[in-house]
Design a protein around this ligand. Structure first.
Ligand code: AMP
Ligand code: ZN
Length: 483
């Protein structure tokens, strides 16, 4: 039986429309996300973006697609150099400078990966570090120069934006306002100073460097993602994503580099997540208004509640962080988990006849369709979860009156698992060990009473496999302890 593949649409920043994602290779989505700059702890604003990307990836997987995900680690960049080189003497060797940079980036790469695990974010299939792809970056800059899209000035190489008529297509820039010919060396700059941007930076005193055809230097930030993305995901990528602050200049410049080099469109769908705010301001390290995940965990916040609080809001809406929001998330999760437990158990005798408009099975099919319609419509999680909660109310009311059958309960559990494959917040918690042990002891007692010795021995072995030691007492009862 071929697996059902759902149609999933996403807002494309390039066209400003919600469009179905049709992968270049049928059923296989290639997905690139700009990873962290590893010089400090990520704040939960950064993590909102990674949570939205995890939701996207899990939705495609649950919707019947394979997803090949590449997330880079930016481990050479202006801020990393600023923060790693301070303690070194002026005469430090290049090897010492690289070692200091690596010590900082390795430490914070490990911290970042731990944070992802804490939040239940699935690891990417490729996790390239920029410093491992310097030859590919140099090659890409050379290819651009060969196409007259790059020029050298004082040992640095710049992208010539006037050479690409489509420059500005992502950020919808007005070509009139562009200052072609002038150039910037900084990786980050404002929209009102659209200029030629740096691809390769000549080494300044006190900075680590690599050899290149243009002398010692290091890559600019934008070229890193183009080179790694094309190397690992190929010449045609289905979805590329980041926070909205990356639209300009980072993603605009990635398009200039990759499309310019390839001579065709590199990425079909550009998808951007909105900011996490604190009291109306973007959460940012520079604003000093941030929480790290560790800050919150220390305050007793459940990471799964944080995950839910973020993912239950639409990714394209600004979200204000608050502790009330976290409490509301905890309550919602309690409700879903209690319903799950109820469906795992057997139905109790009902409180009398009851006639729902729809039989439980039909009601479930309807909710499932509506849930997927909402998720397929630009990841509309508020609507998808509202469907789930209405289903919970309806089936609870039904079960109070006429208990759902075991089959109906199992069908509900299958749907809860399907939704949990996306939200990762209401897993099946496994059977309670005590209850399982008691049930096995009872089975053994019954087997012995029936003089079914092989069965009694089989159950004893099953208990042993659980690490349980039985103690047959003189009064005929059996006690147990963990061995
Ligand atoms: P960085 O480590 O600074 O390169 O950022 C990693 C990701 O976090 C990028 O995709 C940014 O767009 C995103 N980001 C930064 N600040 C916020 C915020 N306050 N809310 C949501 N995403 C953010
Ligand atoms: Zn990037």
């Amino acid at each position: 039986m071929t697996k059902l593949r759902r149609t999933l649409s996403l807002f494309n920043t390039l066209t400003r429309q919600v469009e179905p994602v049709v992968p270049v290779l049928e059923g296989q989505v290639s997905f690139y996300t700009c990873g962290p700059t590893v010089y400090n702890y990520a704040h939960i604003g950064n993590l909102r973006t990674f949570l939205f990307q995890d939701l996207l990836k899990r939705t495609f997987r649950a919707g019947g697609y394979e997803v090949r995900h590449c997330m880079n680690i930016t481990d050479v960049e202006d801020k990393i150099i600023r923060d790693s080189q301070g303690g070194l003497p002026e005469e430090a060797s290049n090897a010492d400078r690289h070692a200091a940079m690596r010590a900082l980036t390795e430490r914070f790469t490990a911290v970042f990966l731990e944070d992802l695990q804490t939040l239940g974010i699935q690891p990417a299939d490729h996790l390239p570090r920029a410093t491992a792809y310097i030859p590919q970056m140099i090659q890409l800059v050379q290819d651009l120069a060969a196409k007259n899209l790059a020029y050298v000035r004082d040992g640095s190489v710049y992208y010539r934006i006037s050479g690409l008529p489509a420059y500005g297509c992502l950020a919808h820039l007005d070509r009139e306002g562009m200052q072609a010919g002038s150039s910037v060396d900084a990786d980050e700059y404002e929209r009102d100073s659209v200029t030629d941007f740096v691809l390769w930076k000549a080494a300044k005193p006190g900075e680590p460097w690599w050899d290149s055809p243009w002398g010692p230097g290091r890559p600019g930030w934008h070229i890193e993602c183009s080179a790694m993305g094309m190397e690992l995901l190929g010449d045609r990528v289905d979805i590329h994503s980041g926070g909205v602050d990356l639209i300009f200049p980072h993603h605009e410049n990635e398009i200039a580099q990759s499309d310019g080099c390839l001579g065709h469109q590199w990425v079909n769908h550009w998808v951007h997540g909105e900011f996490l705010m604190v009291e109306g301001q973007k959460m940012a390290k520079s604003a000093g208004n941030f929480f790290t995940l560790r800050d919150l965990v220390e305050k007793g916040v459940d990471p799964v509640a944080l995950r839910y609080a973020i993912q239950s809001n639409h990714y394209r809406k600004v979200l204000n962080f608050s502790f009330e929001g976290l409490r509301a998330a905890e309550n919602s999760l309690k409700r879903i988990r209690a319903f799950r437990k109820r469906m795992e158990g057997e139905g109790q005798a009902g409180g009398g006849p009851w006639k729902e408009a729809l039989a439980p099975e039909q009601r479930l099919a309807q909710a499932r369709d509506r849930f997927w319609a909402a998720m397929g419509d630009d990841l509309n999680t508020p609507e998808a979860l509202a469907e789930l909660f209405t289903l919970i109310s309806d089936l609870n009311a039904q079960d109070d009156h006429v208990a759902l059958t075991r089959e109906e309960r199992d069908a509900v559990l299958t749907f809860l698992d399907e939704a949990d494959a996306i939200f990762a917040a209401w897993p099946h918690e496994g059977t309670n060990l005590d209850a399982e042990v008691e049930a096995l002891i009872e089975a053994r007692r019954a087997a012995k009473a029936a003089k079914n010795w092989p069965e009694a021995d089989r159950v004893r072995d099953a208990l042993k496999a659980l690490g349980i030691v039985l103690e047959d007492r003189k009064d005929g009862t059996t006690g147990w302890r963990r061995g």
